[in-house]
Each structure stands twice: as structure tokens, then as C-alpha cells.
Design a protein around this ligand. Sequence first.
Ligand code: UT7
Length: 347
Amino acid sequence: MSPRQTDELRSHPSPGAGAGATSPVYARISGTGSILPSQRVTNQDLVERLARDGVETSDDWIVERTGIRARHFAQAGETSATLGAEAARRALAAAGLQASDIDLIVCATSTPDMVFPSTACLIQRELGVHGCPAFDVQAVCSGFIYALTVADAMIRGGTARRALVIGAEVFSRLLDYSDRTTCVLFGDGAGAVVLEASAQPGIVASCLHADGRYANILNVPGHLAGGEVTGAPLLRMDGQAVFKLAVSVLDKAAHEVLDAAGRTADTVDWLIPHQANLRIMQGTARKLHLPLDRIIVTVDQHGNTSAASIPLALDVGVRSGQIQRGQSLMLEGVGGGFTWGAVLVDY
Ligand code: UT7
């Protein structure tokens, strides 16, 4: 894409510029960070744990159907807020910034520490700062894509210049360990990025979608009422329905952002999809005609960490040296709601 096309796509008044200035403002990722809880649980650990309650599974089944080999489970004292705050500290250090430099905190989570206040507010407190806006985004496994898009819009609109965008989850606490079709899939963790206003791209294009008619295929229906939990407070999923929908919408979302940017799939250096199932990720890459070695894969070691999975994978890719400055990244999420979306990033 030519610079002219890029400028047309994201041309907004700079928040720091004088009246009438029209220099383009992008939101650029200046640092990434992530953390996994200390307890690593292999498939074999889970096989033994479930067998004690008469639930049968195997390492072979889990690896063959999902690509997952291990995940991390939070321990006492580890929450979405504590994990999210540590991921944020690491992203700040990578960006060379202090928490006090940040003027927006957006946290994507479906496993908040409390009904309220938001996990973003608790993370702000953990970081020892106050005053800047902080709020949660709830879009389950698409949450980080939603949060990044909201923060991008706020930066381009001039209401923030340096944002922390965090995905943090402790899904191990929502799992029904008598349901082998779901409890082997998920893990805990957090990832974060610092997003800064910049004259350089940046987030190039994004799309968000939801279809509430599919609320029943992946949900945690329980809620608080009169001081009690009403309804099942554990995760329920129709795996095959989610699988089919995921493959279809992820392909459409990828093409939507590529079209918006005037680019083709062969310009994408790295596909960083939500890490739910290796087969879904490989199916998406094949549809885009991308070689499988251009997918950042962490699902094998992290399992599905919902809203944390994309920033975790991004940080792993950056710190391993796979992802380099100047490369084009396709971030894609899909999850409960049903929600989905994609963000095209010039890193
Ligand atoms: O993050 C949100 C997005 N979530 C997803 O993307 C998840 C999407 N869905 C999936 O990834 C897959 O559908 C699953 C991994 C959940 C399931 O894989 P599948 O290939 O669709 O398997 P299935 O549900 O068709 O089950 C096949 C068989 C069944 O046995 P029968 O009926 O063929 O005898 C299941 O009972 O596998 C059995 N099974 C298991 N066996 C051993 C299901 N779970 C297990 C298990 N261990 N853990």
C-alpha cells in the first residue's frame, strides 16, 4: 500500500497539534508484555486429575483435536488483576515508559476479580497510578481485539495518547471439571500492549462484529441475584458449532481488514489468531493462502486463555525475535457472544 493510501485511511487531526493541523495520527504498539501463572499443567497432569473423578481423557486426544499440550492455572492470590498488572508492567518496561505516562487503561476480561469495580481499575491501583480512565471490555475470546480497537479509536480521536491495552483471564476458575469436552481446553494468563499516538502506522485497519443469536453456543449463564448465584456458573460450549462458525467468520474478518487497507493476504508477515485450537488456526491460514509457519502458535503451551491469548502470543512472538519491527501483523479473535474481529497492524 502506498503512504498516500495509508494516510487517507487513517487521517485524523493530531491531538497534540495546533488548531487546523491535519497530520495523521495512528496508534502504534510501542511495547508488549505477558505473564503466565507459575503452575504449569500438562495434559498428563490433567488426565490424572480427571481420572480421580472418573472422567476419561488422554494426551493423544487433546493433542490430536486441539494441539494443546500444556496450560497454566492460577494459584491462590493470582487473579486477572494481578496477572494483568504484571503483563502491563512488562509492556511498559518494553516501551520505556512509567505507569504515570499512561492516560488510558482498557482491560479485556470475562473473568473479572469482582462484579465491580472493573479489573482495569484494580490494575490501575496495582500500578500505583490514578486519574486516567480505566474500564473493562467484555467480548470473551474476542475481547483483546475489541479493546485494541476501542483504544485505537480513542487515540486517533484525540482523547488518549498512551494507552495500556490488556487481556487477562483466569478461565480455570470457570471450568466444569466433570465436562471433558471443555475442561481440557482452557488456561490462565495475561498479555498487554502499550499503544501510543504516532505519525507512523500503527494500526492500519480493524473490524468488529457480534451476533447475539449465538449466545447459547458458548456461555457461562450463571449470575448473581439476591446474594446467590442463579444458574450454572460454569462454562458451557457446543464445540462443533463454535468450530464451524469460527472458521467461517475469521476468514471473512481477515479479508475485511485487508480490503479496508487496500492490501492482499500475501503482505501479511504474521497471523496472530486467538489461540483456541490449532486446527482452526491452520484452517484460517490455509484459507488466506499463508504458509503455516507464518502463524504465531502458543496454544500448544498456553491452551485457550480467552482474551489473553492474542496479546500473549504477540509478546511471545516479539520476545522470541520472530516478529520484527516493520512487519505486518494480522490479529484475529473469535469467541462467546458470538463475537469476532480482526486488526491489521504495521508493527
Ligand atoms: O475460545 C472460543 C472459541 N472456542 C473454540 O474455538 C473451540 C471450538 N471447538 C473445538 O475446538 C472442538 O470442537 C473441540 C476441541 C471442542 C472438540 O473437538 P471435535 O473434533 O469437534 O470433537 P467432538 O466434539 O466431535 O467429539 C469427538 C469425540 C466424542 O466421542 P464420540 O461421541 O465420537 O464417541 C467426544 O465424546 O471425542 C470425545 N471427546 C473426548 N475424548 C477424550 C470429547 N472431549 C474429549 C476429551 N477426551 N477431552
